[in-house]
Design a protein around this ligand. Structure first.
Ligand code: PHE
Length: 447
């Protein structure tokens, strides 16, 4: 076990121990858990898919998460320079650029979806959402208009205000309040949902696995989602790692973040599936599930405006705690590269993200001709970030830590036994599986 008390120079700000774990859980728990996870679980096999997701999280997700944190803490630079400062050659810094660009790309559409959730929270609390029961029509006329851009700006401003305040005074504080707050909201909503008449059917759809429903495609989707859900391949965990104390055990932090991510996904499923089953909504409705199908359920339940409003607030919080981690990645990068003050870096980066989100926003209706490769820009950006950047930069992390990093044992700080298990996963399991996901999701191979 390592006893290295020396600290490398580089980032000066530090998280407290619990603050770091909450911030990392905040990054991991996001729209991925509450918007994407339920609908892909609905589409790819219910309970069996959930188990597959957990397996991917354990076998590939956690080893890569630990590697990212260790690289960050050892290098204390940006998501790119940390590879070099941790002892890698220059080329790793170039590969690491993938992890600086990726969050930028993700943010341009993630912040829009965050804005949708805030808009829906307002609509639900005010009751306006329920005046017109054509929820599909409402959703497309909203996302097709200019309002998402306004909400995108609001989201950018909130995120920037948090990140401007720095690591302990901003990001850590924000998460310390909101992560427990989210848990309270989740539990209230879960109780409401499973006590609906017919709700238990949804619980059994979600929790009783039927393995005949799985396809090879489910496995790849589950693995890709495990990556996305743990915020891997985006430079976020490397960047958060640069602010972690030398004394903190990265092994236990990794376990805590994995457990937190799983718990929040589990509860999100226990909210969404009982509700959809109680109101006879198909659980495989796709991306519109929470914005189109759930409002129908809320409109039919007593105090639905309240539960609906709370649900969308919850989604908004989950998105914001992820967005602050994403914004910190390019912020760390330009602070180091151009020696900028934090506030300057934050406003420039978030302004840029906002501008770049406009094409995505207008591609959903105002200018449908704004397409790349036959997809609206919005879908294209999601596609490229999740299917190209994320697996490729994940691969860079596993190869670096698994094969090329001399100090890996010391920096991971694991016991002998766990170190061997971890290294085995990083060398032989993770890269191969990640490569498969990449080839499949980038549509280079077909199943
Ligand atoms: N993990 C977040 C979610 O599940 C998304 C995310 C990905 C956040 C990458 C940061 C970095 O929604």
């Amino acid at each position: 076990k390592q006893t290295n008390q020396l600290d490398t120079p580089g980032t000066k700000e530090r998280f407290s121990s619990t603050g770091f774990i909450l911030a990392a859980i905040g990054s991991a728990v996001g729209l991925g858990n509450m918007w994407k996870f339920p609908y892909i679980t609905g589409q790819y096999g219910g309970g069996a898919f959930f188990l597959l997701f957990i397996a991917c999280l354990l076998i590939v997700g956690l080893p890569v998460l630990l590697a990212e944190l260790a690289i960050g803490r050892a290098g204390r630079g940006s998501a790119s320079s940390s590879f070099v400062k941790a002892g890698g050659g220059k080329i790793w810094g170039v590969f690491g650029l993938l992890s600086v660009i990726a969050p930028f790309v993700i943010m341009t559409f993630y912040s829009l979806v965050a804005g949708w959730t805030l808009h829906y929270a307002v609509l639900s609390f005010s009751g306006q959402l329920f005046n017109d029961t054509d929820f599909g029509g409402q959703f497309s006329s909203f996302t097709g208009g200019y309002m998402p851009i306004v909400w995108g700006a609001i989201v950018a401003v909130i995120t920037s205000f948090v990140v401007v305040k720095g690591i302990s005074g901003g990001i850590e504080k924000f998460n310390k309040i909101l992560i427990p707050g989210m848990l309270v909201l989740l539990i209230i909503l879960m109780i409401r949902s499973i006590t609906l008449p017919g709700g238990m059917e949804g619980v059994s759809f979600f929790l009783s696995p039927d393995f005949s429903k799985l396809t090879p495609e489910s496995a790849l989707v589950a693995l890709g989602h495990a990556f996305f859900s743990l915020s891997l391949g985006m430079g976020t965990m490397i960047t958060y790692g640069t602010f972690v104390n030398r004394k903190q055990s990265l092994g236990s932090a990794t376990m805590a973040v994995g457990a937190g991510d799983m718990l929040y996904a589990l509860i999100a499923g226990l909210i969404i599936f009982p509700t959809t089953f109680a109101f006879n909504i198909a659980p495989d409705a796709g991306p519109g599930l929470v914005f189109v199908a759930l409002p129908a359920a809320f409109s039919a339940m007593p105090l639905g405006w309240l539960f609906g409003g709370l649900f969308f607030v919850l989604l908004g919080i989950a998105a914001l705690t992820s967005l602050v981690s994403l914004l910190q990645v390019p912020v760390s990068y330009v602070m180091e590269k151009w020696n900028l003050r934090r506030s300057t870096a934050v406003w420039i980066m978030s302004g840029l993200v906002f501008l770049l989100s406009i094409p995505s926003a207008v591609s959903m209706g105002l200018m449908p001709e704004l397409q790349i490769n036959g997809m609206p820009v919005f879908d294209f950006v999601d596609f490229v970030a999740s299917n190209w950047f994320l697996p490729l930069s994940g691969l860079v992390v596993t190869l670096f830590a698994g094969y090329f990093w001399k100090n890996v044992a010391e920096e991971a700080g694991l016991t002998q036994k766990w170190f061997r298990v971890w290294l085995f996963m990083l060398r032989y399991i993770a890269p191969i599986l990640v490569l498969f996901v990449f080839l499949y999701s980038a549509q280079i191979i077909k199943l």
